[in-house]
Design a protein around this ligand. Structure first.
Ligand code: NG6
Ligand code: CA
Length: 505
């Protein structure tokens, strides 16, 4: 009898707990945070995407995101160059607050403090698995880097569970991939040495060995030669570990796809940082000639294809509906960035700036205004938004989305804007280009006076330098042709005062 009572109790109890567990499971699945993917291109301009008006390049896969999500027309990178923009994207901190946030050589130490909040760190605390695949360019190590040992600190120390990266840029040595801090495919009998100040004895260079080159350098880029391409910096050894430039896009894509397949059952974050269309532009042979624009156009088509394949993987794995995708670029476009690759000669009717003034390195609008898209199938209603938004705002917005509310200094919480529910973007934004800053307020932009050339001669881009204050109203003057500073002294003075307050000067 006693046993029967025990038995009945046992049945009731296990029944109750298992039904509780069932409810809990269902609940957590419903409220589960979506996967988050940031697809980040390198030097892709506002006018380089067909959804943004390009006619000479077709980007059907990026367009699919733009047309199925929020396509921002006033979305900005924090800076007109790579390292500062990536720093701001990941940390939510304005790059001009960190004096090391400037274009880094391949030997530079990590510029993110390992104690700093980052998107991957914040998401990890919220139960995400976090990964980065592609271009890093935020420095590695804390001084001298021995590339033959575990390289640290790096992405894994600032919040990424998994990292598969190129250290700096495609045009900088070392030209090898690193997986979780280890150079992939390294032969211990052929150690890697890297130096940015002097060559290793007897090693060929782009400058002295033009006969070795399959791509000619225009400015800079005349140090070590790898795969016939002269690079920035000197490198010796590591033959087997060197990447194949034409396979890089496929290589990163496969890593990104694998990552998704392995982590589809947990909330994951992926920062997929493509290398295109940064120099050297090395389309895989199957993309050569896919535009009339030469390699620069062809690698944009290649990048678009990679994005399409990546989306297919999300679909095949059944998680597209549960994944928020953000797509943008680290800075504006440049044609000749140091190699002769026909980008200038074959530009034809293409306008990489999409009507904006300036380009990469510039304080004018084309420096930072870039393609900027948020997409979440079934959750975000397709629309165009002219809200002023910046990549620096992802941190606070994703924190809000995943239930972690923190007050950030520079990163603004704009979740409703990114979800297409509001067009109330930022009221103000400080933009940066090679340590210079400009101030955006509403539709107005103020550039303080700067010494320095008006045009960067080698890349042929207007930098925004002038000894006079410049003020533009972007609503009426998209191409920044008319400096209104003199005629609007009141506006100018008000903007200077607000700018100085933000800058703390
Ligand atoms: C410049 C390079 C340019 C590019 C850029 C970084 C020269 C002359 N120019 O210094 O080719 O590598 O740095 O681009 O070396 S970024 O997109 O990573 O910021
Ligand atoms: Ca870049």
């Amino acid at each position: 009898m006693k046993w029967l009572v025990y038995f009945l109790f046992f049945v009731m109890f296990t029944g109750i707990t298992s039904s509780c567990q069932f409810e809990k499971k269902q609940l957590s699945e419903e409220s589960r945070s979506p996967n988050i993917v940031i697809i980040y291109l390198d030097d892709l301009g506002y006018g380089d995407v067909s959804a943004y008006g390009a006619t000479e390049i077709q980007t059907p896969n990026i367009d699919r995101l733009a047309k199925g999500g929020v396509m921002f027309t006033d979305g900005h990178a924090s800076s007109a160059t790579c390292t500062p923009s990536r720093y701001a994207l990941l940390t939510g901190v304005y790059p001009w607050r960190n004096k090391d946030a400037k274009i880094l050589p391949g030997t530079a130490p990590l510029i993110i403090d390992t104690a700093q909040v980052t998107i991957p760190k914040m998401l990890k605390e919220q139960g995400y698995y976090t990964g980065v695949v592609g271009k890093w360019h935020l420095g590695l190590g804390s001084g001298y880097v021995n590339w033959n040992e575990h390289v640290s600190p790096g992405p894994n120390e600032v919040g990424f569970d998994y990292s598969y990266i190129m250290a700096a840029t495609q045009d900088r040595v070392p030209t090898v991939y690193l997986k979780d801090g280890l150079v992939e495919g390294l032969d211990p009998n052929d150690p890697i040495e890297v130096d940015y100040s002097k060559n290793f004895e007897g090693e060929p260079t782009g400058k002295d060995n033009p006969e070795m080159l399959t791509m000619k350098w225009h400015h800079g880029h005349n140090n070590s030669v790898v795969n016939g391409i002269p690079r920035i910096g000197f490198m010796k050894g590591g033959e087997k570990a060197k990447w194949s430039d034409v396979d890089m896009a496929d290589h990163f894509l496969a890593k990104a796809q694998n990552y998704v397949k392995h982590h589809k059952n947990e909330p994951f974050f992926l920062y997929y940082a493509l290398q295109q269309p940064h120099v050297p532009r090395t389309p895989h042979p199957r993309f050569v000639g896919s535009t009339d624009l030469g390699p620069r156009g062809d690698v944009i088509v290649e990048a678009d294809w990679c994005i399409g394949e990546f989306l297919k993987t999300l679909e095949e794995e059944g998680i597209l509906e549960n994944t928020l995708i953000i797509l943008s670029s680290d800075n504006g476009p440049v044609l000749n960035d140091g190699y002769y690759d026909d980008a200038v000669e074959r530009i034809g009717n293409h306008d990489q700036n999409g009507g904006l003034r300036g380009g990469k390195y510039s304080l004018f609008e084309a420096g930072t205004r870039v393609p900027f898209i948020t997409y979440w199938k079934g959750q975000i209603e397709p629309k165009k938004s002219d809200a002023l938004v910046c990549q620096i705002d992802f941190l606070a917005s994703l924190a809000k989305m995943t239930g972690k509310e923190v007050n950030f200094t520079d990163s603004e919480e704009l979740l409703d804007v990114f979800m297409g529910k509001s067009d109330e973007g930022r009221k103000e934004l400080v933009l940066e280009a090679s340590t210079r800053t400009a101030y955006r307020q509403g539709s107005w932009l103020m550039i303080p006076p700067y010494n320095g050339p008006a045009v960067a001669a080698q890349v042929n881009i207007e930098l925004g330098n002038s000894l006079e204050y410049q003020v533009y109203n972007l609503n009426d003057d998209f191409g920044q042709r008319e400096n209104l500073a003199e005629r609007n002294l009141e506006k100018l003075n008000a903007m200077i005062a607000d700018y100085e307050e933000v800058m703390g000067t």
